[in-house]
Design a protein around this ligand. Structure first.
Ligand SMILES: [Ca+2]
Ligand SMILES: [Ca+2]
Ligand SMILES: [Ca+2]
Length: 212
């Protein structure tokens, strides 16, 4: 029994390593940074919906196909083609990081993978670490701030590569802005993390009872 309880705790700790939720702009901590420059992108729609449109603080306020955001040159992938596209954004102050906020303004629910770049690696093709992968359940209908969190990196992060699935919706998938979160977690604690936290405390309590 004791062994089973600890296995569950271990699984929960591993699970809490990477989480996702949506948060308000006001919940983004003061030490978060909006992207300062574009390192790379797989495609961009045209001179209006560019990778540069994902730099800086948010400027899209309505759920819409909006030239204030980055869009890829394909609305959807044709059958058999890869539905994945990416944008790589730089940040002016390298920092340890525990999360990111991807502001989604159209076709929401498309983030598939986030990688963080170790600033000590000068070669921009090297030093990439996957920090979040999973299901993005961001609801459609409103501009949403998708918050992905992970265990604080040991290295300083100076860029994020966001891989999106353009088949997440039948319309365009668009990113208005991307924030790199430093060492301060957003408050209030998103629902999903809170629930897992209570489960973890519950199991620790259970273990105490059993060994008493
Ligand atoms: Ca634009
Ligand atoms: Ca699409
Ligand atoms: Ca923008």
């Amino acid at each position: 029994m004791k062994r089973i309880a600890w296995a569950l705790v271990t699984i929960l700790i591993m699970t809490t390593g990477a989480q996702a939720a949506t948060i308000g702009l006001d919940d983004i901590p003061a030490d978060a940074q909006w992207a300062s420059d574009v390192w790379a992108y797989s495609s961009q729609y045209n001179s209006h919906w560019t990778a540069n449109d994902a730099i800086g603080s948010p400027n899209v306020w309505n759920y819409s196909d909006n030239p204030g955001a980055w869009a890829t040159d394909r609305k959807n992938a044709s059958p058999g083609a890869s539905p994945y596209e990416s944008i790589t954004l730089g940040y002016s102050s390298a920092t340890q990081s525990l999360g990111a906020v991807v502001r989604e303004n159209y076709g929401n629910g498309f983030v598939a993978l986030i990688e963080a770049h170790d600033s000590s690696q000068i070669d921009r093709n090297e030093g990439w670490h996957p920090v979040w992968a999973g299901i993005d359940n961001t609801p459609i209908g409103n501009v949403e701030n998708f918050y992905a969190s992970w265990a604080l990196t040991s290295f300083l992060v100076d860029a994020l590569r966001i891989t999106i699935n353009i088949n997440a919706s039948t319309t365009w998938e668009e990113i208005d802005a991307v924030a790199l979160l430093g060492t301060t977690a957003p408050t209030p604690i998103p629902g999903a993390i809170w629930l897992l936290g209570s489960g973890l405390l519950g199991l620790v309590g259970l273990r105490r009872k059993m060994t008493a």
